[in-house]
Write a protein that binds this ligand. Structure first.
Ligand SMILES: Cc1cc2nc3c(=O)[nH]c(=O)nc-3n(C[C@H](O)[C@H](O)[C@H](O)COP(=O)(O)O)c2cc1C
Length: 146
């Protein structure tokens, strides 16, 4: 069911981006959005994790720098969410979510942190890394969801 995404070419630069945003879509629309995203990400060699909770998103995207730039531009222009704030944007040595074309997680424990990051003006890098660590360590929202 789950396929390994194409790994980056040797020598290509890996880019990691982590952002938060506010959802403008119904919960029922998240699954179709994910289906499409996973197909695209498999094609583009993008891996990551999406947290959807309390009407807000947090998303980790990682892949070859040009592929990440392209998906980020599409996501930034997507009217299904708003108030997008990039918390981390950095070169990476390795993927944190190498097996996931886009893993969906839902975790009540991460809610407060997510809300804080969405509401706080400016970027709190320490808290952003805290949330990212929680997301990459969490179990999937649904057992069957990759
Ligand atoms: C919160 C959120 C996360 C998204 N994540 C991805 C993603 O990981 N990959 C992707 O291709 N599109 C993602 N999208 C959808 C893009 O904004 C865009 O609709 C899509 O890439 C267009 O692809 P299509 O031309 O195949 O329809 C996301 C959208 C939202 C609102």
């Amino acid at each position: 069911m789950e396929e390994s995404p194409t790994p980056g070419m040797p020598g290509s630069a890996l880019r990691r981006v982590f952002y938060v945003s506010l959802s403008r879509t119904e919960p029922a629309s998240v699954e179709p959005l994910l289906e499409r995203s996973r197909a695209n990400n498999r094609r583009d060699g993008i891996t990551g994790v999406l947290l959807y909770s309390g009407g807000a998103f947090a998303q980790l995207l990682e892949g070859d720098a040009p592929a990440v730039a392209a998906v980020l531009a599409r996501i930034a222009a997507d009217p299904r969410h708003t108030a997008m704030r990039v918390l981390l944007d950095e070169p990476a040595q390795e993927r944190l979510a190498a097996q996931w074309t886009m893993r969906l997680v839902q975790e009540d424990g991460a809610d407060d942190l997510l809300r804080l990051l969405v509401q706080t003006a400016g970027v709190d890098v320490g808290r952003a890394r805290q949330l990212l660590a929680r997301m990459t360590g969490l179990s999937p929202a649904a057992p069957a969801a990759p």
